[in-house]
Design a binder for this molecule. Sequence first.
Ligand SMILES: [Zn+2]
Length: 113
Amino acid sequence: MTFDDIIDKYPGLFTDYEGSHCPDGWLPLVDEFCGRLVVEHPGVQINQLKEKFAELRVYVTDYICADLIEETVERSRHICQACGNLNAEIRDGFYWMVTLCDSCTETHGGVKR
Ligand SMILES: [Zn+2]
């Protein structure tokens, strides 16, 4: 699954998909988020979705779904951005903070906070 697959799967959900991006490891989380958003809050669109400071950021057209966003962002802090491992935590990377599991921290660099 790629981010493009998610955009194709939810037609019209993203108002600006070119300004959005998602680390590979978070694709299943974002897919689940989008699936719940269209069912639980139909009509709400995503203006931007991206990784920032090692957690997921989602900007939407109506914050009626704030609880769902909060829950998803909290989960993103524990899911490896690179591989999707559920035992990840936020690390200091070489240039910025990243959320990685132990194995990807060895591969990609970074240190435990
Ligand atoms: Zn990993």
